[in-house]
Design a protein around this ligand. Structure first.
Ligand SMILES: NC(=O)c1ccc[n+]([C@@H]2O[C@H](COP(=O)([O-])OP(=O)(O)OC[C@H]3O[C@@H](n4cnc5c(N)ncnc54)[C@H](OP(=O)(O)O)[C@@H]3O)[C@@H](O)[C@H]2O)c1
Length: 321
């Protein structure tokens, strides 16, 4: 359990995963320096200010991942940092360097440098399964040992997986060189109830699916996970001294087609397409792949509940009927 009032910084707090991390941290008694990109934009701030405990234990900071001083101000005085801020998209980008790679990689180094300067005890880095897969050879069950193939990413212009892989590699190098305690969480495709008014990339994927989109996300999907589980995983690896290295964070290793078939079964009223059985060719399916987090006490929410929570949330937001 947190020391009452222990001060931590959450970057990307305004985002869909970040809001859940802030929610659980407030619930556990932490005081939080939460970063947003634009303090004047109510769509980034209002939902955070409305969380229970926010009135007395939440301070908002405006940061730009490429502006070291803005980050240092948010990290100052904190004993822990949760670094979630990073651009996240599976859509085409015009300028990968500027839109994805720079903020992910330089942003991570800026956050780690600020953490080192501030004497932070531990940094939790939000990486992704996008730094574990894709690779052209899916011959074994994906584990924390696996790394995305960067040449494959370059060939196929998979800039988001490339940004997450290079950012995570840079973080491990920094941690080793400067002696900073870093642990990583590598979530799958995160879905469920969205706290902010804006949807993130994975919930946009889910919405498009309900609207009949036949994209198979061959190089992006290796399994689903609930927002709450990803947020709790961050806190578990922060609070457990024994946690180290990377933590695969998903309900199951599965193909997008498995997920889509389950959505169609639960919600036949939407235009969910029928997909070929193997949408991630060669990916081996596995139940409970996130053994490190399960050993730390995480009980993953089943896929049926992830889908139900995601659909109900989109309904409550008026995005679908
Ligand atoms: N969604 C998934 O399925 C998934 C899976 C694995 C890992 N992740 C990782 O989880 C983290 C959070 O993603 P999410 O799904 O919660 O997406 P999100 O809702 O889009 O959140 C991204 C957050 O990063 C902030 N951000 C982006 N670029 C920034 C910049 N240049 N300067 C400052 N802040 C910036 C955003 O601020 P604004 O709100 O102001 O834009 C937002 O708070 C990311 O690191 C992502 O790579 C996501």
């Amino acid at each position: 359990m947190a020391k009452q009032g222990e001060q931590v910084c959450v970057t990307g707090a305004s985002g869909c995963i970040g809001s859940w991390v802030v929610h659980f941290l407030l619930h556990r008694g932490y005081s939080i320096n939460a970063t947003v990109k634009d303090l004047k934009d109510e769509t980034e701030t209002k939902h955070l200010r409305g969380l229970e405990g926010a009135e007395t234990r939440l301070r908002l900071f405006q940061i730009d991942l490429l502006d070291y001083d803005s980050i240092a101000a948010a990290v100052s005085g904190c004993s822990g940092v949760f670094h979630l801020a990073s651009p996240c998209t599976v859509d085409h980008v015009h300028d990968p360097e500027k839109e994805l790679l720079d903020p992910a990689i330089k942003g991570t180094i800026n956050v780690l440098t600020a953490a080192k300067e501030a004497g932070v005890r531990r940094v939790v880095l939000t990486s992704s399964v996008s730094s574990i897969a894709p690779s052209p050879n899916w011959t074994s069950v994906k584990t924390e040992e696996c790394w995305t193939d960067l040449d494959y990413c370059k060939r196929k212009q998979l800039w988001y997986p490339m940004s997450k892989t290079l950012a995570e590699k840079a973080a491990w190098e920094f941690a080793k060189e400067k002696g900073l305690d870093v642990v990583a969480v590598n979530p799958g495709t995160v879905m469920g109830p969205v706290i902010p008014p804006k949807l993130n990339a994975s919930m946009v994927m889910f919405l498009r699916l309900l609207q009949g989109c036949t994209e198979t996300y061959e190089d992006f999907f290796i399994g689903p996970v609930h927002f709450k589980d990803v947020a709790l995983a961050h806190i578990l690896v922060y609070e457990n001294k024994s946690a180290s290295g990377r933590h695969l964070c998903l309900e199951s290793l599965s193909h997008y087609s498995d997920f889509v078939a389950k959505v169609a079964e639960l919600y036949p009223e939407y235009k969910v397409p029928s997909l070929p059985r193997d949408t991630q060719p060669g990916l081996l399916r596995a139940k409970d792949p996130s053994k490190k987090l399960i050993d730390l006490g995480l009980q993953f929410i089943p896929v049926e509940q992830i889908i139900k929570d995601a659909v109900e949330n989109l309904k409550s937001k008026g995005v679908i009927s």
